[in-house]
Design a protein around this ligand. Structure first.
Ligand code: HEC
Length: 146
């Protein structure tokens, strides 16, 4: 039940960003904290630290690859709407776009599907906005390497 405690207790260190809505702040709190999206989706450096500049650009998780979930239209989920993301996190599938497998399917089965609609909407609202900002830099460097 540690997951649920972390989820529903107020985060002591969280400072709300007043330039965004309450639900955006709730989304950021959930994504960075209890939902651990970056644990799997952010690549790690030499000392296994998450590379903040490349947040959400994709990483290997054991046998599975957690893909780019920035707003990058090619390698990320820039073609997804907020509602698409909510549907995927709740059901594990999105007709014609995605079907969750591996550790993502486990995360959905054991936790994300149990989130309230308001929390899922908050997560989607945050993901869509933040990745707009992060995507150009990380997207560009990825293309240069290829
Ligand atoms: C335990 C590791 C793990 C966690 C935690 C996790 N993911 Fe994933 N995620 C994955 C893996 C692995 C895949 C690829 C699954 C597949 O191949 O079907 C994936 C796939 C996805 C996809 C589909 C992308 C596509 O292009 O098909 C989205 C969207 C996504 N995750 C969003 C999230 C969000 C948002 C969170 C936090 C709420 C999150 N994930 C947390 C491991 C994780």
């Amino acid at each position: 039940m540690m997951f649920w405690n972390a989820l529903f207790l107020k985060a002591p260190g969280y400072t709300a960003d007043a330039s965004h809505s309450d639900s955006w702040n709730r989304g950021r709190y959930l994504v960075d904290g209890a939902a651990h999206c970056s644990t799997c989706h952010t690549p790690r450096g030499f000392l296994m630290q998450e590379k903040e500049g490349d947040a959400f650009t994709g990483a290997q998780v054991g046998p599975w690859f957690a893909p780019n979930i920035t707003a990058n239209a090619v390698s990320g989920i820039g073609q997804w709407s907020q509602q698409d993301l909510v549907t995927y996190l709740k059901t594990g599938r999105l007709a014609g776009k995605a079907q969750a497998a591996g550790s993502m399917a486990e995360a959905i089965t054991h936790s994300f599907q149990h989130l309230s609609d308001a929390d899922l909407a908050a997560i989607a609202e945050y993901m869509v906005s933040v990745t707009d900002k992060d995507a150009p830099a990380s997207g560009a460097s990825r293309f240069e390497q290829e």
